[in-house]
Structures are given as C-alpha cells and as structure tokens.
Design a protein around this ligand. Sequence first.
Ligand code: G3P
Ligand code: MG
Length: 247
Amino acid sequence: MTKNFAHRGYSGRYPENTMLAFRKAVEAGADGIELDVQLTKDGVPVIIHDELVDRTTDGKGLVKDIPLTQLRQLDASYIYAGQYGVNPIPTFREYCEFVQDLPIITNIELKTGVFEYPGIEEKIWDMIREFRLEDKVILSSFNHFTILRMQKIAPQLKYGFLTEAWIIDAGKYCHTHGVPCYHPNFRSLTHEAVRELKQYGLEINTYTVNTEEDARDLIEKGVDILIGNYPEMVRSVLAAGSDHSAS
Ligand code: G3P
Ligand code: MG
C-alpha cells in the first residue's frame, strides 16, 4: 500500500517546515512527514528548506551565519500576513519531542547540497537515538556523500538517495552503495525506471506529488511513498482506490 507523506509538513496550506504545518499534516491523516535540516551558526540542527532565510521568513541571511537565538526571533509564516500568528523556525529537537510518541515516519532530508555542515550526521543521529526514533526515520539527501557518511555512523537506519535528474540504472546505483530507498522527482518515474528499481528491490519514495492525476498514476505504478504538499488530497485518492479494489 502506497504511503502518504507531507512535504515540508502540510505546506500546501500552511507555512512550510513549521510546527503548525507538521501538526496539520498529522491531523490530515498523513503517514509521514518530510522535512529539511540545516545547522545554525552555533551548530544547532534546525528545520528550513533554503540556505537563506529570506524567502520563508522576515529575516535576511544564511542559516549558517545566524546563531540560534537570533534565528528563533524570525517568523517563518510572515508571508501569510499574520493569518497563522507567529511561527518560528523549529529546531530539530522540538520536532523530535513532538513526533516521538506519534505513529509517524519522518523523512529527514539533510540539506548539505550547498554547504556541507560538517558534523550534521552525528548531531542528527544523536537526536534520533535520544528520542528513540530509529525505526521511524528515513534519511535522504541530494548529497550522496552525506548519506554514505551517515550510513557508516548509523548503519541500522534507513537511507535514500535523492535525485532531481533522470538517472540511468538508478536501481543498480543505489544497490551498489547499499542504499535501500530511491527518492526521485516523480516525473522521472517511467514504467521502465520503476521496473529497474523494483528489480533491485528498492523502495521508491517520490516527490513532489501535488495533483490527483499524478498521485493515481504513481499509485498504479506501485510507488511506495508519495511526498506532496496536500496530504488530505493524497489520502482521499488512496481511499478511493481501496474502495474501488474492495468492490
Ligand atoms: O525530499 C523530497 C523533496 O523535499 C526534495 O526537494 O527541494 O523540496 O527539498 P526539496
Ligand atoms: Mg526536502
């Protein structure tokens, strides 16, 4: 059965990568949450997508140049013009506290494609252990060296290679590196690509699936996880599919 993951939380309706968006994703019936992790100037893991705070907050500058106390003053929902009050950039710790007793799988995307954030792998692993989330996380990154580094530190966790490009022999590539999940842009998932990935026994977790038509197509192809901005929509597509197969 295909699973329904909320991309940056319920980001289609709420400010992305905020605790509000994560809570709303759970309320919407998502099976999991995808989020992006970077480090502040003082090395604290925080949840934000861009390297710059400019697009999603009322501040300016690079996450890596701002200490936590200063970063926490910013409003990550300011583009909603007060509709949802003030929502700070969450720390990864705050998220772990929230999710630790929920039946939610978290796809932690390590945003190390521009800045490598040395030591981020150890910090995330320490927190996964502290909150006993070992069986409830999938680690992914566009930086595949990050994945291999973290896999060495914590081989018991589940890992995925993220890609934007249309990779040739992606199943073989993941298999060669002992990585069990492949996280491609959904547009690259042709029938042939899915067949090759399944041949290697890979789990296919794809983003960013925002329309009913694409969701139906990918469910039919047997994709494992749909990562999208509208978890309520994906839930109803999945429910309609199971109604159909039961009748
Ligand atoms: O992890 C899936 C997706 O989030 C990757 O792209 O840019 O939205 O982080 P991006
Ligand atoms: Mg992401």
